[in-house]
Write a protein that binds this ligand. Structure first.
Ligand code: GDP
Ligand code: ZN
Length: 330
């Protein structure tokens, strides 16, 4: 029996596909010891140890390394459960359409993106649909103002090579990017032009499993020219909040900074005296909608926390047990 390290590059009907250190692609199942704990399932980007038993058609994932970064959302089917969608990436790219951009959704996406601990960028897609250059620049400036200086914002269109090159340049040598955004925003088109003439990993996979199945709900880590990788996350419909206090603080750095100046540390910015946040709104320095979004997301995070706490107490579990199941964060 041989043991190898590898990276999960695809999830396929519960069987992770692992690219092993020796370059081979191996379809895997989870070891019984991992199966016992329903929380422990390899996701795309996971760094794993794989056993290759002789005469066995599948590898066995024996161990999953601690996650450097992970993308987590609330399980759309279960209110007190979470889902990890990807792990160990360096950059989250949030895609929103330049025309018809939904700012509320963008803010939500930015909170979850920041919460991962990875760098965050925004691409505004289908710029060719804007009526003119001025419109495109106005949207970009508004998004830049909302996202903050630490977030790179790129305006792209698949026919504009320079704009695609600017996206490629966001991903460093050996880095993995994760692409999120609603269906139809242009994610797979972007991945395709980023890949250029390269044969995608899915081509290799097809050969491997011999079935040629490639549905859009599968998440695949695609290799880009120059040792860069990107994971398109199609089928990510709901983006419900989970544990996201740091993400909220980072995505709403403007509000966070003001909140630090409120008289009371636990100020809810409602009717407390000495509230710097409300003062800023009254002075026209902070948009009311911005504060409303912040409150809404903060309330969602709080209600998820409350429900989880309730569920935990019903199970008689201590709050400290929870940390062990979670990936490490910065
Ligand atoms: P996904 O669901 O996010 O992967 O979106 P797709 O990549 O499938 O794109 C959805 C639709 O938008 C397709 O019809 C694409 O041809 C179109 N599309 C993608 N990028 C662009 C673009 O830059 N400009 C225009 N005009 N259409 C685009
Ligand atoms: Zn306040």
């Amino acid at each position: 029996m041989q043991q190898l390290g590898g990276i999960v590059v695809k999830l396929d009907r519960g069987f992770p596909l692992v690219r092993c250190d020796d370059g081979s692609l191996v379809r895997c199942e989870h070891a019984a010891s991992l199966e016992k704990n329903a929380q422990v399932r390899a996701v795309i980007g996971d760094s794993v140890r794989v056993n290759l038993p002789d005469g066995h058609d599948k590898g066995v994932i024996e161990d999953i390394d601690e996650r450097r970064t992970c993308f987590v959302r609330r399980d759309p089917a279960e209110r007190t459960a979470h889902q990890v969608l990807a792990a160990n990436f360096d950059l989250v790219v949030v895609a929103e359409p330049l025309v018809g951009l939904n700012y509320g959704r963008l803010e939500r996406e930015l909170v979850l993106a920041h919460q991962t601990g990875a760098r965050v960028a925004v691409v505004l897609t289908k710029a060719d649909l804007a009526s003119d250059e001025e419109e495109a620049l106005a949207v970009r400036d508004k998004v830049q103002g909302l996202a903050g200086r630490d977030v790179e914002v790129r305006v792209i269109s698949v026919d504009d090579e320079a704009s695609i090159e600017a996206v490629r340049a966001l991903i460093g040598d050996g880095e993995v990017a994760v692409l999120i955004g609603k269906s139809g925003v242009g994610k797979s088109s972007l991945v395709n032009v980023l890949v250029g003439s390269m044969v995608q990993d899915v081509g290799t996979v097809r050969e491997f499993d011999g079935k040629g199945r490639h549905t859009t709900v599968d998440r695949t880590m695609v290799t880009l020219p120059g040792n860069r990788f990107i994971v398109d996350m199609p089928g990510v419909r709901g983006l419900g909040m989970w544990e996201a206090d740091e993400g909220l603080g980072a995505a709403f750095a403007d509000v966070d900074e003001l909140a630090g100046r409120c008289r009371f540390r636990d100020c809810r910015h409602l009717d407390e005296p000495g509230c710097a946040v409300r003062e800023a709104v009254e002075a026209g320095e902070l948009a009311q909608e911005r504060l409303d979004s912040y409150r809404e997301l903060a309330a969602e995070i709080e209600s998820v926390r409350a429900r989880r706490e309730e569920a935990r107490q019903m199970r008689g579990e201590k709050a400290s047990d929870r940390k062990k199941r979670f990936g490490k964060r910065r």
